[in-house]
Design a binder for this molecule. Sequence first.
Ligand code: NAD
Length: 263
Amino acid sequence: MSKSLNGKTALITGSTSGIGLAYAKALAGEGANIVINGFGDKDAIEKERVGLEALSGARALYSGHDLTKVDQIEAMMKEAADMFGGVDILINNAGMQHVAPVEEFPIDKWDLIIALNLNAAFHTTRLAIPYMKDKKWGRIIQTASAHSLVASPFKAAYVTAKHGLAGFTKTVALEVATFGVTANCISPGYVWTPLVENQIPDTMKARGLTREQVMNDVLLAGQPTKQFVTAEQVAATALYLCSDAAAQVTGANLSIDGGWTAQ
Ligand code: NAD
């Protein structure tokens, strides 16, 4: 039985965990070849890779490069091109967070967050576009964030990177508009993943709160539904953006945030 993404190749950065892994499973479910990337336990990653091939009936490649480094991004894109010819669907999703007041924000953390959450998307995108233009079809999707639209205290680097990503995506959308290539941001509110769980201790410290207070009074405080978004809900939106129905959706920033940025 043919599936909607048969013959397409999707590269998803930061897909060994959380939202990225949910994207990989959703796109594999529609028959795409998948390139996963990110860190983690080798055996666990290999298990996921094999599982993706079983799901898709196509191929899955793991490329474990560190995307804070330009030469490693170039190596990952080359591995994908060598195996699949090029990337039809690029999802820039790898990201990290650090929580601290601006005047105490560690310089190395600032540089890393800007490199991973913003600069890496520029490098993968510039390397993916020529193939997409040749094919007259492509999908560029960024996992941005509610923090691409509004700010929160103590997240200066993250908010800066995500706002930058939103502007970058609009520019790309205009440049590739006549080539059948779309570029969009998906902007989740809080999704329960390791990235969120890991920032709880620093937020407790920065704000002098208990774990429960951070969950209810900080994380879900701004989310009117009072529920975390699921990674699967985010992935379903990426599937929509890959469909023909979304061919005219470009330069958009789609919020999935329980109403957070409506306020
Ligand atoms: P996660 O921590 O579960 O996943 C992050 C992924 O990035 C992992 O696969 C990790 O190995 C990979 N990664 C980390 N550093 C890397 C590096 N240097 N090179 C390559 N890969 C690297 O986090 P998540 O919550 O699934 O976040 C995914 C994206 O979603 C991020 O861009 C994040 O900013 C965004 N986001 C998350 C939430 C949320 O509430 N979880 C909300 C809005 C946006």
